[in-house]
Design a protein around this ligand. Structure first.
Ligand SMILES: Nc1ncnc2c1ncn2[C@@H]1O[C@H](COP(=O)(O)OP(=O)(O)O)[C@@H](O)[C@H]1O
Ligand SMILES: [Mg+2]
Length: 437
């Protein structure tokens, strides 16, 4: 992408409405534009990151044997009347009436809809287990939408649903999602810690929230210090195998959200106790037959008997993660994207646009990086060097190749790492080799 053509409305000043760093930087980097309270348009740069995050989530769901489908945003009220949640959900549900006077709603979650689909198509125990997910916009009319995409009213969620014949099967599905979540967040460079959590309006008795620690987090959390050192990407995960040992290892140390916090238990940790604030990026629930019974989604069991599938549901805040990543990775100059979610692989910065030599080196680098699939951003605007550097640091592209007339005389470019700030003078060929090698 050429900067001269890119729709990237960056801001020099901090917008006054933003209270936390991720919201500030998303507005300043031209990633989002608020349309009304808690509802945002995703501008090209923001959408690129959102898609990268979504893709990692998708790959790990697929690897765990979860099958993607797509359910609508608008749902009929009848299904929620069946489950009893139409009244329970209260003012957070956006209720809509269509032209035929039918009660509809903008889905805040999809347990009812997926249960209806399974009820219609799955009649025998032979068709179980099933693990299904979608990535779809949700609407919750939050009392206090705030912090940009972190607590929006409209937000993108990945939600999965498991259907099993018995408790053991359901537990295995829960474990698969547990491990898939660990891998998902780790691939984004995040340390997300599974913590015992309340089940809230979803119901059920087993639940974990996946929390990344951040000063601006909305929840107070408690955990054993050693959990911060665990690394799931070190281990080979076989989703077909029994994952209980992996889950046991992660849950063997104390970790709890505020609601589940046990003072006496935590006190035993002494100095090893971390009391911090955190951002909930994922939440998994096992709730048994709550919805399959209420909605009469029985299957025929091996002996002809009626069996209500054991269910679980598993959410990831895809749009919230974009904000969460910025909370975790930034400095005073702007965002520092981990390479796995960066909007561009590298930036080529032409310090003297119009200079035949600079332009030639940059054009060549840009073409070769594109051909190699690095997805470069080409800073080809006729701007002051200072403005170019500031914008590039702000939007957080991991690598910058700075090309200026002085360097060209010596046969070098400057190769800069955004995260460490380290700069090296190397040949254009070496820079290219570093990024494509
Ligand atoms: N208002 C919101 N804005 C952005 N993301 C949200 C919002 N509410 C929930 N999420 C994300 O969706 C995930 C699943 O939501 P869930 O646990 O059902 O909601 P809640 O935690 O509000 O009860 C959460 O872990 C979070 O990452
Ligand atoms: Mg939750």
């Amino acid at each position: 992408m050429r900067m001269s053509q890119y729709f990237l409305p960056t801001l020099k000043e901090d917008p006054s409405e933003a209270q936390i760093v991720s919201h500030r930087l998303m507005l300043r980097a031209g990633m989002i534009r608020q349309s009304s309270a808690g509802i945002y348009s995703w501008l090209p740069l923001g959408l690129k990151v959102l898609r990268k995050v979504e893709q990692i989530v998708r790959e790990e769901q697929d690897a765990a044997g979860c099958q993607e489908l797509l359910m609508p945003t608008i749902q009929p009220a009848e299904l929620w009347q069946e489950s009893g949640r139409y009244d329970d959900y209260g003012a957070e549900m956006l209720r809509i009436r269509d032209r035929h006077d039918r009660d509809m709603l903008y889905g805040p979650t999809n347990e009812e809809l997926i249960t209806e689909i399974v009820r219609a198509h799955i009649r025998s125990y032979k068709d179980l287990p099933k693990l299904l997910y979608h990535i779809q916009w949700k609407f919750r009319d939050e009392v206090r939408p705030r912090f940009g995409v972190m607590r929006g009213r409209e937000f993108l969620m990945k939600d999965s649903y498991s259907f099993n014949l018995n408790h053991e099967g359901a537990r295995a599905a829960y474990n698969r999602m547990f491990v898939a979540y660990l891998r998902t967040f780790a691939r984004m460079g995040l340390k997300a810690i599974p913590m015992a959590a309340d089940t809230g309006p979803i119901g059920g008795d087993l639940s974990h929230e996946f929390i990344i620690l951040a000063e601006t987090g909305e929840s107070e959390v408690f955990c054993h210090r050693d959990l911060l050192e665990f690394d799931v990407l070190d281990e080979d995960v076989d989703h077909a195998a029994d994952l209980q040992p992996v889950v046991d290892r992660w849950t063997s140390l104390y970790a709890a959200t505020d609601e589940k916090h046990d003072e006496a238990e935590a006190a035993k940790l002494g100095d090893a106790l971390v009391n911090a604030r955190g951002i909930e990026v994922g939440h998994i629930f096992y709730f048994g037959t709550k919805y399959s019974k209420a909605m009469n989604a029985a299957v025929t069991g091996p002996d002809g008997e009626q069996v209500f599938p054991e269910m679980g549901s598993y959410g990831i805040g895809v749009s919230r993660l974009v904000g969460g990543l910025i909370e975790a990775f930034h400095d005073e100059n702007g965002i520092i994207w981990p390479e796995s979610v960066a909007p561009f692989g590298a930036a080529v910065i032409d310090l003297k646009v119009g200079d035949v030599d600079c332009d030639a080196v940059c054009d060549d680098l840009y073409a070769k990086l594109r051909a190699a699939g690095v997805d470069p951003l080409y800073e080809d605007r006729d701007e002051r060097a200072g403005a170019k550097f500031a914008d590039m640091d702000l939007i957080g592209v991991p690598w910058q190749i700075v090309v200026g007339p002085r360097g060209i005389k010596n046969g070098v470019v400057e190769f800069k790492n955004r995260a460490s700030g380290e700069r090296e003078e190397i040949s254009a060929e070496s820079a290219l080799a570093r990024l494509t090698g």
